[in-house]
Ligand binder design. Structure first.
Ligand code: 0X9
Ligand code: ZN
Length: 335
């Protein structure tokens, strides 16, 4: 069973409710917060911090930052982030090893970076055909200002323009922004936006990474069962500490059975999360693409099995993402 005991995909309101409830139940261990900028449609981006004496944020401990759902349709990304939070909270009270890890670190979890897009996808009539009006398969955020004037009106979900309006938050960061693997077209699913950090969703992440001691960062996506690290483009020099960076990715992959590789080996991308964070701060940054069948496959496959490690795709007999994420946290605790 999952740490939270859930068996179905959360809605946006479930995430917000549970985060506030956890903070209320465990006031010394869990603190709920709202990112500084609300989204284009005015939604809050909510997260929680988990640490011993959680309100004492200047205790100098390293920060492990886990986020999910830059991409609206990738629902398991939010689920895995949330289950990891429950893992740490439950473990703090019942498991000596997890209690020790939490005691040495501060853990920030923001399960839904892109709530506008997620809410549209999650509440849509299932279609699954990737057509212009298949809101279930929306990927991007709800910035409609870069659309041509005739499409740039109304809320994100409304016609015209369909699901294809918006900026891809995972092409909007400042790392190599505007290079290969990102589009200049407003209707493309990889639209980079009008400028680096033109979007509130990416500015929120910039704020957090710039203002806290984030040594370890994971951004969760679906669906290809990958542990990806910088760089995102083949045509650049490898990180100076590539051997240690690779070793950490390989360690996670040994737990969840995923493929560990520099992300350009998948395809060239620019403006992605860890390509900005890694080259800007030097902190370890990984994109984890949770495996499963489809962008949000059956809960038992894409969430329970991938988290617990029961699916063949996740490496039978291995710890799954639970153990991969705990190993990553161990690296933050004892670098
Ligand atoms: O293209 C993406 O943004 C990611 N794949 S997804 O299917 N979730 O859209 C992969 C990004 C890989 N590149 C880096 N993380 N640098
Ligand atoms: Zn994605």
């Amino acid at each position: 069973a999952l740490p939270s005991g859930r068996t179905t995909y959360r809605h946006l309101y479930d995430y917000e409710f549970e985060i506030k409830e956890l903070a209320r139940k465990y006031p010394n261990l869990v603190s709920a917060f709202t990112m500084p900028e609300s989204t284009w449609e005015g939604r809050d981006v909510v997260g929680m911090e988990i640490a011993t004496d959680v309100k004492n944020i200047s205790d100098g401990k390293p920060v492990d930052f886990t986020m999910g759902v830059h991409h609206a349709r990738e629902w398991p990304a939010g689920e895995h982030a949330m289950e990891f939070a429950y893992e740490l909270i439950n473990g703090y009270n019942h498991d000596n090893a997890i209690r020790a890890l939490v005691g040495k670190t501060r853990n920030i979890v923001v399960p839904i970076i892109n709530p506008d897009g997620f809410d549209i996808s999650r509440e849509a009539e299932p279609k699954g055909d990737f057509s212009t009006f298949d809101y279930e398969m929306k990927r991007k955020n709800c910035n409609v200002n870069d659309s041509p004037p005739k499409y740039a009106t109304g809320v994100c979900k409304a016609n015209p323009g369909g699901r294809v309006r918006g900026t891809d938050p995972n092409r909007n960061y400042a790392g190599f922004w505007g290079g290969p693997g990102a589009s200049v077209s407003w209707s493309s699913d990889t639209f980079r936006g009008s400028a680096p950090f033109s979007e509130p969703e990416t500015r929120n992440v910039r704020w957090l990474v710039s203002s806290r001691q984030v040594t370890n960062l994971m951004t969760l996506h679906t669906v290809a069962a990958l542990v990806l690290r910088a760089p995102g483009i083949a045509d650049t020099r490898p990180p100076l500490d590539e051997p240690a960076y690779k070793a950490l990715g390989d360690k996670m992959a040994s737990r969840n059975g995923y493929t560990s590789e520099p992300s350009w080996q998948l395809y060239d991308t620019t403006g992605t999360t860890e390509d900005w964070s890694y080259w800007t701060t030097g902190g370890w940054g990984f994109t984890i693409e949770v495996g499963g069948n489809g962008f949000h496959g059956p809960y038992a496959d894409s969430v329970v099995a991938e988290y617990e490690g029961l699916a063949p795709a996740a490496g039978a007999g291995k710890g799954g993402n639970r153990q991969a994420f705990l190993d990553f946290l161990s690296n933050a605790a004892d670098p």
